[in-house]
Write a protein that binds this ligand. Sequence first.
Ligand SMILES: *Cc1c(COP(=O)(O)O)cnc(C)c1O
Length: 411
Amino acid sequence: MMQERFSGSFTQQEPIPEAGIEAAIAVLRHGRLHRYNTAPGETAQTVLLEQEFAALTGAKYALAVASGGYAMGCALRALQVRPGEPVLTNAFTLAPVPGAIAAAGGRPVFIETTQDLTLDFDHMAQMARSTGARILMLSHMRGHLCDMEALSALCAALGVTIVEDCAHTMGASWRGTASGRYGRIGCYSMQTYKHINSGEGGFLISDDAELMARAVLLSGSYMLYAKHTAAPPPQVFEAIRLDVPNVSGRMDNLRAAILRPQLLELSQRVARWAALYGALETGLQDTLGLRLIPRPDEEVFVGSSFQFQLNGWSKPRIGAFLTRTMARGVELKWFGADAPVAFTSRYDHWRYADPAPLPQTDRILSGLIDMRVPLTFCVEDCQQIARIIRAEVLAVGQGPEPEAAALPVIQ
Ligand SMILES: *Cc1c(COP(=O)(O)O)cnc(C)c1O
């Protein structure tokens, strides 16, 4: 029998909604792309977007910026991170997270990962005490939320302020509270592969007036901060406006116009992702050698990516598995590779941060496989992908030890 092969693209996102295309063309026609360039009586697209995102998350204040990485760096600067200050963060995360800490002058201190891909609380508490860190940049990597109530209580006891990296959790929640609302500041990304797409873009949300005033000034508001409506009142700015540097990273009206109609679609997208994720999970249930990541009942997650573990598999065996799935059109990523590949890298590759070895994380990442789930896939696509993965896990997992081979090239 001919083996089935998947023919879809793992990197193809959906087009921008027609309403977004029309709104973008309107901005291009009038030419006022800069957020502070408005006609008399006009409210900028960027300002409207901020109002709408604050309303969606229930935050008092929202600020739209140039990228998710910028949002995180801005949050840390607003918290006045000092040069060389330790900032706790997940060892299992993406390169822009330690990058934002380093760019703000901080020193990333990596925390171990649990088997279920969340922050290890015991290690976090230990490192908070030993380094005296006062900030945790909590990365909800690949959308896996830790117990946010337990973490909030622990951080309160340790005197640690939480900043949430919600790049993979826009639209997610823990016990009914939106991801990004447990921390002092929540940061989001609107980069193409996230949950709404303007190519590049980011948000910060917070209820803290002084922090948000700092963030707005940092983002490059000049003395035009009063044009922000999802921001604290002008008197909060007046006290600090000459003390905060301008580190330009604004959102523009073109990208805001593209994003506003997508925000309206977010809850539908979350539901569509749940169906795709569910099809993958069902198709891979009870596959010998493969561990699925359990998802707690308290968590509403966004299934925009899918992870599983091949625990105890040797590197050549995982390499053979990746080569064979790739040959059948299924593009998987691996967190155990010796060298970084495309978007995928690991804490010990970030040499500038001088990472201490983390044996538990090493063990977990060595068997961790990751897959994008774009919304251009349908449920049948995910069922087919699951069949292919399952067949190859069984074939390679039960087969003889393969020889070491080059890994497939992925983008
Ligand atoms: C994408 C991403 C970011 C940063 O987003 P950019 O908008 O690309 O700067 C931060 N954290 C995680 C986990 C991400 O995947």
